[in-house]
Design a protein around this ligand. Structure first.
Ligand code: ZN
Ligand code: ZN
Ligand code: ZN
Length: 365
């Protein structure tokens, strides 16, 4: 088992104590993976890790998954309590948390489990564990940073290889399939997502690649990512096929400037919302404010989207080790869309980009 999980569990129980929680109840999810390295599938049989301030953590597992938990090295980190098919695991969790009045439940716990826990422990109040675990997971250690850098390298290289073949006359679906193949070829252990929006479809930020055939003078938004050693990549580039229209050139320049300004704003101590504001200001000043319809970015790590969210209202100050996307966009309904996205990490005094794919508007075949 890799080092560091014991330390993470200690930090989590200390953070729970500071937040006034009697326990964190963590279901199979990135939270569980982060705290223990254990990554079982979320299923209808309850598995959860109970982290209590000042006490040893307890993993509640179905008996048939006890060998899996033990082989993952969990017995060194936590006490393992298993339940048989006819036992009531919720009652078991109730016993472990005792008369706790405030429980933090992991955000990805299924409602089916949470509702049963609420029934079983009616005197307790339930809050999202992300309030405690989000800030811990948001700051990456050296090993995590290295994995995020490698994932970003794979994404950049995927983009470079994609453009070796023409986009013109391919369908969006073809291009998405090529992106998937390349992401796996690079060494990712899985494809996370592939967005290919061409021409008017690019105006839909999360367009599902379809049957449209890519044509000359299209702007094509390519937004994709994979997972490598547990950590995600996420990069967007917008390219012009054969020729860039004057409108595309103008919109692209604004988005590029917004992306650059947001990057320059990111440094320790700056509230996350300031990064969003600096991108938004550039786009508003250029008259496109209404067409920038999403937040500027999101944290990334063991999940594609996690804290810190780069959005108005998030006053959380940036800290060294935080990693997140900067991805402003402008979407002109019926005509075109442009988005440029890099993952950045906050350093001791500024920020560094993890993606290095060219950011100037590329004219491609
Ligand atoms: Zn998105
Ligand atoms: Zn993206
Ligand atoms: Zn993103």
């Amino acid at each position: 088992m890799a080092e560091g999980y014991g330390g993470r569990l200690e930090r989590a129980s200390e953070a729970a104590r500071r937040a006034g929680l009697s326990a964190l109840v963590v279901a199979p999810s990135a939270d569980l993976l982060y705290l223990s390295g254990y990554d079982p599938p979320p299923l209808e049989r309850l598995t959860c890790l109970v982290v209590r301030p000042g006490k040893n953590p307890v993993l509640v597992v179905p008996t048939l998954e006890r060998p899996l938990a033990e082989s993952s090295g969990l017995s060194k980190l936590t006490e393992i309590v298993s339940w048989d098919e006819t036992d009531d695991p919720y009652m078991l969790v109730g016993k472990v948390v005792g008369r706790g009045k405030r429980l933090g439940c992991s955000d990805r716990m299924w409602a089916a489990h949470l509702l049963r826990l609420q029934q079983e422990i009616p005197a307790a109040s339930f809050t999202p564990a992300s309030a405690v675990l989000g800030p811990l997971r948001a700051v990456k250690d050296a090993g995590e940073l290295e994995r995020l850098r490698r994932a970003a390298r794979y994404a950049d290289e995927t983009f470079r290889r994609l453009l070796k073949d023409p986009l013109e006359s391919a369908t969006e679906r073809d291009v998405a399939d090529r992106l998937s193949d390349l992401l796996l070829e690079m060494g990712n252990d899985r494809v996370a997502f592939t967005i290919v929006g061409s021409g008017p479809n690019a105006a839909s930020p999360h367009h599902d690649p379809g049957v449209r055939t890519i044509q000359a003078r299209d702007a094509v938004v390519l937004d994709f990512g994979g997972r490598s050693a547990g950590y995600f990549s996420d990069v967007s580039r917008t390219v012009a096929v054969r020729e860039a229209t004057p409108e595309l050139k103008e919109v692209y320049a604004v988005v590029q400037e917004a992306q650059e300004q947001a990057f320059r704003t990111a440094r320790p101590g700056v509230p996350a919302e300031e990064v969003d504001r600096s991108a938004r200001q550039v786009i508003q000043d250029a008259g496109y404010g209404e067409l920038f319809v999403h937040r500027t970015g999101h944290g990334i790590g063991l999940e594609e989207h996690e804290a810190p969210y780069i959005v108005e209202g998030n006053e959380e100050p940036l800290r060294p080790g935080m990693c997140f996307s900067i991805e402003p966009g402008i979407y002109v309904p019926g005509r075109l869309g442009v988005r440029i996205e890099d993952i950045v990490s906050v350093t001791e005094d500024s920020a560094a980009r993890l993606n290095h794919a060219p950011r100037d508007l590329e004219i491609v075949a």
